[in-house]
Design a protein around this ligand. Structure first.
Ligand code: GAP
Length: 519
C-alpha cells in the first residue's frame, strides 16, 4: 500500500472516530460510495458553505442567491443536453471485472509522464543550484521536451476521440499506451461504451400517468430557468450573478476515494450573466478570484493548480479546473466554465419563452453569456480535512494528532474545561460558555485529565482550549491554550471574546486577502 493510500485510510478512520463522516446506513453494511456527515462533519460543512456564501454573495453587490428544487420539469434536462450527452466513456477490465472511466485511465497515464518531467526538473535544480533557470530548462532539455511532446500527442488524440465519439480509437489508445488495470495488472480490456449518469424516477402514482423525472445532476439548471425571475424581481443589471448551494446526483459508475466521488453530493455553484463578447474577461476574473478564495484559507503552499480542460463539456467554450493535492494526488476540486449562451438559448427554444435581457446601456436585447464557478462541497471538505490532518512528534517524544483546520472553519471554536469536577469549577466553566456561545460554537469537557482533553480537542481541530481552575474563582482569569502552538497564557475572562473572535471569525479570512473582499 502506498503512502497516499495510508494517508487517505488514516483520514477516513479519523473522520469516523471523531464524528466527521460515517459510512451511510452502516448497520446494514453501508451503501457503496454513500456517506453521512456526523456531528462535527455537519459543523465543518456548514462553515465551508458559509465562507463560500459570504465571499460569493455578501461580498459581491451584484450576486444574489437562490434555493431551487431538486426536481425539475423533465424538459429541462433535454434542453440542457444532459439526456443526450451527459455520458462517461467506460471500459471494463475482463480479468478484475473492474470498471473504469476510459478518459481517467488515460489522464492518469499522462500524470505519470508529468511526474517524470518533474523529477527531471528536480534533478536539474540539484545539479545547477542557484544558477538553475526552470523555465529555460523546461524549454530546452531534450528529455523534458520529448515527454512534453508525448503528452500533447496523447491529449490531442484523446480529445479528437472523445469529441468525435470514436470510442474504438479511445480503446486503441489505451492499448497502445500499455495501460494496465491497477487491480489485476492485465491489459485485457472490453470495448469503450458511453453510459448516461442521470438518476431517473417516476412522478405520479397512477399507472399510465407516470412521467420520468430526474434527480438533478447539477444545481446550475435551477439557476438558468430562474434567471429572468431573479433579474426582474431583483432589478439586476448585467453583469450579475446567481449563487446556489444544493444536492446533485450522478450515477457514477466508478465512485470511490471516500467523499471525493459520490453518487449524492453537494455543489456550490454560481452563474455569472454577462454581455456577449465579455465572457473571456469574466472567465479570467473568476478563475483568479476563486483561486484567491482557496488560498486565503492558508491550507498550504503548492496545494492548488489550474488544469485546462482538454475536452470541453457540450456547453463550454473555455473551462479550467482548480485542482487540489489530495492524498490521492492532484485532482479536480472546482471547475470554472465559460458556458456561452448555450443553456439559456436551449431553454428559450424548448420552452418557447423569451429569455432575453434588455440592456439599457447599449439599447439592445440579447441572451446573456454565462461564466460559471462550480465547486463540490464534499471535495472541499476532503481538501480541508486532508490538508489539516497532521501527526506531530512533540519535544518530549510523545505524539499528537492535530487537525489544523483554519479556525474560521473549525467545528468548535473553543473548549471550556473545569480543572476538576468539584469546588464550583464546572459552574464557572458553564457561565463562561454561556457568555460565548451566541457567537462561538463551544464545547464543555470535564472528562479525563487535562492533557487528554487537550489531545481530544487537537484531534477535532478546536483552535482554543480554556481551562478554569481555582485561581479563576479568585481573580476571574483562565488559561487559554492555542491548538497550533500549544502555547498557554493566563488571560482575563473579559478578554476571551476578543481573543477568540480575532482568530476564528470569518473576517480574519477576508482580512488576509483583500482581493477576496473586493468586487
Ligand atoms: N455545473 C457544472 C458542473 O456540474 P462538474 O465539473 O461536472 O461541473 C462541478 O462538477 C464540481 O462538482 C466538481 O468540480 C466537483 O468538485 C463536484 N463533483 C462533481 N461530481 C462529483 C461527485 N460524483 N462527487 C463529489 N463531487 C463531485
Amino acid at each position: 500500500m502506498s503512502n497516499q493510500d495510508d494517508k487517505l485510510k488514516d483520514i477516513i478512520g479519523h473522520a469516523k472516530e471523531y464524528g466527521f463522516v460515517f459510512p451511510s446506513s452502516e448497520i446494514y453494511d453501508g451503501l457503496s460510495a454513500t456517506y453521512d456527515y456526523g456531528q462535527l462533519g455537519a459543523e465543518l460543512k456548514n462553515n465551508i458553505k458559509n465562507y463560500w456564501w459570504k465571499a460569493m454573495v455578501h461580498m459581491h453587490e451584484n450576486i444574489v442567491g437562490l434555493d431551487a428544487a431538486i426536481f425539475m420539469a423533465p424538459q429541462t434536462w433535454k434542453a440542457s443536453g444532459h439526456v443526450d450527452a451527459f455520458n462517461d466513456p467506460l471500459i471494463d477490465n475482463k480479468d478484475s471485472k473492474k470498471r473504469y472511466r476510459a478518459d481517467v485511465l488515460i489522464e492518469e497515464h499522462i500524470e505519470k509522464i508529468r511526474t517524470k518531467i518533474n523529477k527531471e526538473v528536480a534533478k536539474g535544480k540539484k545539479r545547477f543550484g542557484d544558477d538553475f533557470n526552470e523555465e529555460e530548462f523546461r524549454a530546452t532539455n531534450p528529455n523534458v521536451l520529448r515527454r512534453a511532446a508525448e503528452i500533447s500527442k496523447i491529449e490531442d488524440r484523446m480529445k479528437t476521440g472523445l469529441e468525435n465519439e470514436d470510442l474504438a480509437d479511445i480503446k486503441a489508445l489505451i492499448e497502445e499506451l500499455g495501460i494496465s488495470c491497477p487491480i489485476s495488472g492485465s491489459k485485457n480490456w472490453t470495448d469503450v461504451k458511453q453510459f448516461n449518469l442521470m438518476f431517473s424516477t417516476e412522478l405520479g402514482s397512477v399507472s399510465g400517468e407516470a412521467a420520468t423525472i430526474y434527480l438533478r445532476p447539477e444545481t446550475a439548471q435551477g439557476i438558468f430557468v430562474n434567471y429572468l425571475n431573479v433579474q426582474k424581481s431583483g432589478r439586476m443589471k448585467i453583469p450579475f450573478g446567481i449563487a446556489q448551494i444544493g444536492k446533485a446526483f450522478r450515477n457514477e459508475i466508478v465512485a470511490r476515494q471516500f467523499i471525493f466521488r459520490m453518487r449524492e453530493f453537494e455543489q456550490m455553484e454560481m452563474q455569472f450573466f454577462v454581455r456577449p463578447g465579455e465572457e473571456m474577461k469574466w472567465y479570467e476574473y473568476w478563475k483568479e478570484y476563486r483561486l484567491k478564495w482557496h488560498k486565503a484559507l492558508g491550507l498550504g503552499e503548492d496545494l492548488h493548480r489550474f488544469h485546462d480542460h482538454i475536452k470541453l463539456a457540450h456547453y463550454a467554450n473555455a473551462a479550467a479546473d482548480i485542482e487540489f493535492n489530495f492524498p490521492m494526488g492532484f485532482k479536480e476540486l472546482e471547475g470554472i466554465h465559460s458556458r456561452t449562451d448555450f443553456d439559456l438559448k436551449q431553454h428559450e427554444e424548448h420552452s418557447g419563452k423569451k429569455l432575453r435581457y434588455f440592456d439599457p446601456e447599449i439599447n439592445e436585447s440579447y441572451i446573456p453569456y454565462v461564466v460559471e464557478t462550480s465547486i463540490g462541497l464534499d471535495r472541499m471538505f476532503l481538501a480541508v480535512l486532508s490538508a489539516s490532518y497532521k501527526k506531530e512528534t512533540l519535544d518530549d517524544g510523545s505524539e499528537r494528532t492535530v487537525l489544523a483546520i483554519p479556525p474560521a472553519l473549525a467545528p468548535y471554536k473553543v473548549a471550556v474545561m473545569p480543572l476538576t469536577k468539584k469546588d464550583g469549577l464546572p459552574d464557572k466553566a458553564r457561565e463562561i460558555i454561556n457568555s460565548l456561545k451566541i457567537d462561538f460554537n463551544c464545547q464543555y469537557d470535564e472528562k479525563d485529565s487535562i492533557g487528554k482533553r487537550y489531545r481530544r480537542q487537537d484531534a477535532i481541530g478546536t483552535p482554543y482550549s480554556v481551562t478554569v481552575d481555582h485561581q479563576t474563582l479568585e481573580d476571574q482569569t483562565v488559561t487559554i491554550r492555542d491548538r497550533d502552538t500549544m502555547f498557554q497564557e493566563r488571560v482575563a475572562i473579559s478578554d476571551l471574546h476578543k481573543i477568540i473572535g480575532d482568530k476564528v471569525s470569518m473576517r480574519s479570512l477576508f482580512n488576509q486577502s483583500e482581493e477576496v473582499t473586493a468586487e
